[in-house]
Design a protein around this ligand. Structure first.
Ligand code: FE2
Length: 413
């Protein structure tokens, strides 16, 4: 089992023309991969969906075990795309979640859920991936499980490949975390409203808080020392795939300070895969590492993950897919612990209710074949991600349990 899921490289990307795509290419691929689509497709609620591209409508229909594409608008659900959006969607450079997050999702009828269900069918057809069906993913190892620094890389690799995450206890000392925490107030004056590196959120008392500082490492020598230390660099070697710290100096670390009672903006991101905005087939899996500057539990903003979800083609956000048979686990941490999750592992942070939380995020990524081409495409996603806290608000009190009210019911959220 490897965590290298890449099947595309940027230079091979072909432009997509709507007439040919819906009239020829997509029907052929739906046919070719019908066996990968049908088992999971049958458990989705595939309402007829009209995809209108620059005024030209096409309708996707589900017929029990296969999908068809017809010209015209016969959809109960309806999404409008530009030609560029269709091209990026087909080439896995973007997703419906990215449209929602950037405020460009244009659905005159139907819900984001309708688009997401059909997005699974599109990915199944275009990528030749099996849509997740109940029972497809099983775990041999008991979860949750955590590791000590003395545990072997091989044991951690096996668990990471199977479950999609790691919790390593006590990687750093309380003194090291106190030194990082002391840098928070020194860094904060460098992050102003309107700066795309700064995320702000409003709490129920009307106060606005700086909740995320991207590029914290520019102002915190203590944190730079830690991520350059071999105790930390070891994490990039665990998958055995040559992961590197790709971010440039001054943009390597995001420092989060999660207040209690957020009602506007995003501090605690609901269920998502880090590849939920696109580029899964070019980049996954990268590793996201969280360093617990302060500990976290159910009262103080802990991380939750869905073990095994990296191996499942499912909704990548903004909630648990209805009927998903994979169970979330909580990842409470102590000060100095780290968590590692794959870019395809569903995860969320619970809003703190008793104590606020501080955590650093950074990561490791695989080397692209064509660095310049990958960077150009990645920049589009950075733009979406950088704006998300101004276009999307978290649901106050959202705990991420199955069936809970979520953003999939309201495309405009
Ligand atoms: Fe994430």
């Amino acid at each position: 089992m490897s965590v290298d899921f890449r099947t595309r490289v940027d230079p091979d990307q072909q432009p997509v023309e709507a007439g040919r795509f819906f009239g020829e290419d997509l029907p052929a691929k739906l046919d070719a991969h019908q066996g990968l689509i049908a088992p999971g497709g049958n458990s989705l609620r595939l309402n007829d969906l009209c995809i209108e591209v620059e005024g030209e409508p096409w309708t996707l229909r589900w017929h029990g075990d296969r999908a068809s594409v017809e010209p015209g608008n016969g959809g109960a659900a309806h999404v409008r795309l530009t030609a560029e959006q269709l091209s990026d969607l087909a080439n896995d450079q973007t997703t419906p979640v990215a449209f929602m997050s950037s405020g460009t999702l244009d659905m005159p009828s139907g819900r984001l859920a309708d688009f997401l269900d059909w997005w699974l069918v599109l990915r199944g057809a275009l990528d030749g991936c099996r849509i997740h069906a109940a029972g497809d993913v099983s775990l041999e190892t008991r979860v949750p499980r955590s590791f000590d620094v003395d545990d072997s890389d091989e044991d951690m690799r096996a668990f990471l490949e199977e479950a999609g995450y790691l919790h390593i206890r006590g990687l750093f000392s309380k003194e090291e975390m106190a030194a990082v925490e002391a840098d928070y107030p020194k860094a904060a004056p460098h992050f102003e409203k309107g700066d795309r590196r700064a995320w702000f959120a409003t709490t129920n008392d009307g106060a606005e808080h700086l909740v995320r500082m991207e590029g914290f490492d520019a102002y915190s020598d203590a944190s730079v020392q830690l991520i350059d230390d071999d105790r930390f660099q070891r994490i990039g070697r665990i998958p055995g795939l040559g992961h590197v710290q790709r971010r440039k100096p001054g943009a390597r670390i995001g420092a989060l300070d999660k207040p209690i009672g957020v009602v506007k903006g995003i501090s605690d991101v609901p269920w998502h895969k880090d590849c939920s905005l696109g580029r899964h087939s070019y980049e996954c899996c990268s590793l996201t590492v969280g360093i617990s500057v302060t500990g976290a539990d159910a009262e103080s903003g802990q991380l939750r993950v869905v073990p095994g979800s990296h191996r499942a083609l499912i909704w990548p956000a903004p909630c648990l897919q209805p009927g998903l048979d994979l169970e979330p686990v909580d990842l409470p941490t102590e000060t100095g612990d780290v968590t590692v999750h794959l870019s395809c592992t569903l995860h969320m942070s619970q809003p703190p209710v008793e104590r606020s939380r501080k955590v650093l995020y950074t990561g490791f990524a695989q080397r692209p074949v064509d660095v310049a081409a990958a960077e150009a495409q990645r920049q589009k996603l950075h733009d979406v991600r950088g704006k998300a806290h101004t276009t999307v608000s978290q649901e106050p009190g959202y705990l991420g349990d199955p069936g809970e009210q979520d953003g999939a019911s309201n495309p405009s959220r």
